[in-house]
Design a protein around this ligand. Structure first.
Ligand code: IMP
Ligand code: MG
Length: 183
């Protein structure tokens, strides 16, 4: 699919470079991830799927609908970017989850790992709340740096371009696109 195939009204006159993962490719991969997650946990784990907003909102909603286990959902809003394209590494929690992590397996759902700084800062803070386990499922991973530990589930290795769509934004634009594109 090329940008010219995309509904230009949805882009509001803005330009994307190319569609990197189209709708169908994303749908299939999300289904596979949900299947793997279903196999990895049991009902006794009391799974809590924790979405990191705003970027994960579409991925998260598609993912949980394919997981065949009882689960709860909650969200965090962390901010590290402001209006730019480069992570500041200064992760602030603008909204915190209200669910207790005690006795629960927590699965943090992230849209994209770039520098890895957001997760590096966030994971120790979440672990300190005493979940029985804490794993990460990210839709995209740019593999810029080696992370310890690496996310347990990765949807796609991503090119080192700025990506938008399917929840990902550039200055709040493009989140609603049903595919993932580069700028
Ligand atoms: P990191 O801290 O550099 O790993 O960046 C993580 C966060 O930055 C992600 O949760 C995204 O919200 C945002 N981000 C990183 N790369 C991109 C991108 O290519 N497009 C849109 N957002 C991005
Ligand atoms: Mg973002």
């Amino acid at each position: 699919m090329t940008p010219s195939d995309v509904d230009s009204r949805q882009l509001g006159g803005q330009v994307i470079r190319e569609v990197v993962f189209d709708r169908d490719t994303v749908r299939k991969r999300v289904r596979q991830l949900a299947h793997e997650i279903t196999e990895a946990y049991t009902a006794e784990d009391r799974l809590l799927v924790l979405g990191l907003l705003k970027g994960s909102f579409i991925f998260m909603s598609d993912l949980v609908r394919e997981i065949q286990l009882p689960l709860h959902v909650d969200f965090l809003v962390a901010s590290s970017y402001g209006k730019g394209k480069v992570s500041s590494g200064d992760v602030r929690l603008l909204y915190d989850a209200s669910t207790s992590f005690a006795g629960r397996a927590v699965l943090l759902v992230e849209d994209i790992v770039d520098s890895g700084l957001t997760l590096e800062r966030l994971l120790p803070r979440l672990n300190a709340r005493g979940p029985t386990s804490l794993e990460v499922c990210t839709l995209l991973h740019k593999r810029v740096r080696k992370m310890v530990p690496e996310p347990r589930w990765v949807g796609f290795d991503a090119p080192n371009h700025f990506l938008v769509g399917y929840g990902l934004d550039y200055a709040e634009d493009f989140r609603h696109l049903p595919y993932i594109a580069s700028l």
